[in-house]
Design a protein around this ligand. Structure first.
Ligand code: SF4
Ligand code: SF4
Length: 210
């Protein structure tokens, strides 16, 4: 089939019934107002535990939670995390531990958002937001660096130029699911917990009755 034939197939597939790939737009819905043909750009509501792009969290005093242990990189099935730890300066530590995450990178061309890195992290430093509406035009942007992943001075994710954040989406970004019971307490198996963190303080665990 030549180019012309290909275009004809594409043109025949236009139309409401035949749309498949063109209908999906990064989780957004385009609704057409019949009277004025206005296009609305809305995101679909997401599940509370959706796994989106990561953040590196800070404690309430602003210190970084990452201790550079590399467990997240070790567990990652896609081998997309690159971490290197370094010793803290005792006079001006970056994290409360002996070491801190000196280099931290996630390659989003590989990440499958399985959340295993979040489960493996002993300090809840790495968690996932609900944002998945982000795309890149070059490889460099797809590899998030520590300075991009680290939450800002108010504890919220940074909003990068190629990400589509909407109002309220930067809240509660550090919910994480415990695969195992916290401290061996079976009551907390599978319950979302919140650690004390910059901008949010300590929030109560998810209500299991809901
Ligand atoms: S979510 Fe999964 S694939 Fe993505 S960085 Fe974490 S462990 Fe790797
Ligand atoms: S994010 Fe967590 S698991 Fe990964 S290096 Fe930092 S402290 Fe270790």
């Amino acid at each position: 089939m030549g180019y012309l034939g290909g275009f004809m197939v594409t043109l025949r597939q236009r139309g409401e019934k035949n749309r498949v790939t063109t209908q999906y737009s990064g989780g957004r819905v385009f609704r057409r107002n019949k009277k004025r043909a206005v296009k609305m750009d809305e995101k679909l509501e997401k599940p509370e535990r959706l796994h989106g792009r990561h953040v590196l969290n800070r404690y309430e005093d602003g210190m970084e939670k990452c201790i550079g242990c590399e467990l997240c990189a070790a567990v990652c099935p896609a081998k997309c995390i690159h971490v290197r730890g370094a010793d803290n300066d005792p006079m001006k530590p970056t994290s409360p531990g002996e070491r801190f995450g000196w280099i931290y990178e996630i390659n989003y061309l590989r990440c499958i958002h399985c959340d295993l890195c979040v489960e493996a992290c002993p300090t809840e430093a790495i968690t996932e937001t609900k944002l998945f509406e982000f795309s890149f035009t070059n490889r460099q942007d797809a590899i998030y660096t520590k300075s991009e992943l680290l939450v800002d001075n108010s504890g919220k994710p940074q909003q990068l130029a190629w990400e589509d954040w909407r109002e309220g989406e930067d809240l509660n970004t550090s919910g994480w699911m415990r695969a195992t019971a916290a401290s061996g307490d079976a009551n907390f198996t599978g319950v979302v917990s919140w650690s004390g963190e910059l901008g949010y303080g300590i929030r109560p665990a998810e209500d299991k009755s809901e």
